[in-house]
Design a protein around this ligand. Structure first.
Ligand code: ASP
Length: 319
């Protein structure tokens, strides 16, 4: 008989652990209330899928997550992955910044064992909550040999997404996550994998203890003032992502500020605010700035992770 899979669940809060005061008005609720034990007790079917161990790392609304939380989460994930008795890891997380935490953990993790983030759009006591199904699916994926070697994943609304691509694209739909042109990796119930995820040749080290670098994102529209970049530098930013119109098209008025930022030791990264950037245009290459194909929030994660680990930013912005 095949060995039963073991999954370690790390709970960090979010709507999946949220509770509404009035079940008839589930849109008004507090995130991060229920404990990890309460979450798994509400889905008895989980125990048919895998043996479970649980850990309450945080209990936060994910709008309050910080890069320091990402670092702590990555360490907790690595500790679980290092255990011989753990086949996969599930992280429950608020949906608002799930894509950032998942991508940070993805950048710093190299393990064939599945690491699966999940969350919910409705609080746990809503009339028809989505959390229990998402949790069951996430544990099923984390326990499955089919999910090995795919990097960090997010499982929501019966879809399996790669951490690199997943974005919360709706504030209210149950089907709130999408994976852009790359498309989803697969689906659940039953698990089907539609495409391979090309493994990265290396992982970043988790940032050591101590302050993490400040990295800001500036959204640039027609006529936006370039002194925002000076302000970020004066406030101590070591990296700035410029989310630009079109194909990361930088207005001429910003050229001087980008050159001055580089002179002041700030790494500037140009991305398209739409989330899709094509390779650099000839005129852009002579700027002392990097161009990334990542969407703005993910470029910030990659730059912060690279600067925090004193690694080559350019490599991580192209992952
Ligand atoms: N604000 C919540 C959070 O991100 C939203 C959710 O989990 O769906 O924690």
């Amino acid at each position: 008989m095949a060995k039963r899979a073991s999954v370690h669940l790390i709970a960090t809060g979010g709507t999946i652990a949220g509770v509404a005061d009035d079940v008839n008005a589930p849109q008004h609720y507090a995130a991060g209330v229920l404990t990890a034990e309460q979450l798994i007790a509400s889905v008895p079917g989980l125990f048919a899928v895998a043996d479970l161990t649980v850990e309450q790392l945080y209990n936060l609304d994910s709008r309050d997550m910080t890069p320091e939380h990402w670092r702590g989460l990555a360490r907790a994930v690595h500790a679980a992955l290092a255990r011989d008795d753990v086949d996969g890891v599930v992280v429950t997380h608020g949906t608002d910044t799930l894509e950032e935490s998942a991508f940070y953990v993805d950048l710093v993790t190299q393990s064939p064992k599945p690491v699966v983030f999940t969350g919910a759009m409705r609080p746990a006591n809503a009339p028809s909550p989505d959390g229990p199904m998402n949790l069951l699916d996430a544990v099923t994926v984390a326990a499955s040999p089919k999910a090995r070697g795919l990097g960090v994943l997010a499982v929501l609304h019966q879809r399996i997404h790669a951490a690199r691509d997943v974005t919360k694209s709706s504030p209210d739909r149950l089907d709130a996550f999408s994976s852009g042109e790359g498309g989803v990796v697969g689906r659940t119930s039953p698990i089907q994998i539609f495409r391979a995820v090309v493994p990265r040749e290396k992982a970043l080290p988790v940032a050591p203890d101590g302050p993490l670098p400040r990295v800001d994102v500036l959204l640039i529209g027609a006529g936006s003032a370039p002194d925002m970049l000076e302000a970020a530098r004066e406030k101590g930013a070591r990296g700035v992502v410029l989310a630009l119109p079109g194909n990361a098209s930088m207005p001429e008025a910003w050229r001087h500020s980008v050159i001055a930022a580089a002179g002041g030791g700030v790494t500037t990264v140009l991305v398209a605010r739409s989330g899709k950037t094509l390779p650099p245009k000839p005129g852009q290459e002579i700027l002392p700035a990097l161009v990334s194909a990542l969407p703005p929030a993910k470029a910030r994660v990659a730059l912060l992770a690279a600067l925090g680990a004193e690694s080559d930013a350019e490599f991580w912005l192209y992952v």
